[in-house]
Design a binder for this molecule. Sequence first.
Ligand code: TYD
Length: 140
Amino acid sequence: MNNKLIYFKKIGMKELGYLSFFESSKDIPFEIKRIYYTYSIPLGVKRGMHAHKELQQLMWCPYGEIEVILDDGKTIETFTLDSPDKGLLIVRGYWRDFYAKKEGSVLCVAASDYYIEEDYIRDYDEFLKYVEKGYWNDEN
Ligand code: TYD
């Protein structure tokens, strides 16, 4: 699995507060074309429920706690974003679900491309067919 947790640089101190940042193509392995964010997610509600054919993403949670579940069609791995200096890099070809674990949690996403509905796979059985035919084999 090429998905991984990364930690952003953290500047500051307890008495003053902190600043974290990342730079396109330097700290993350793609150029950022789009930023979006999800918020006011009621506890217990499942979001996501799709995979991407090509899109790469970095997710981070600047406030609260988000649980992200990644599925390659064979193995499931769960990641917890519970600190503003923590990010999750997601390569293409993973089904993802996510949940807010605390009220008011915010999930931010930096994406490698613009919004392209044709890049989405929103049906789990269709996703499994892509896995079976080895659509992402060269990368994953
Ligand atoms: P979706 O990606 O399915 O949301 P989530 O994975 O967070 O549950 O997107 C929800 C809706 O928002 C869908 O109608 C597409 C639209 N949308 C855009 O128009 N632009 C975007 O950049 C994104 C991410 C979604």
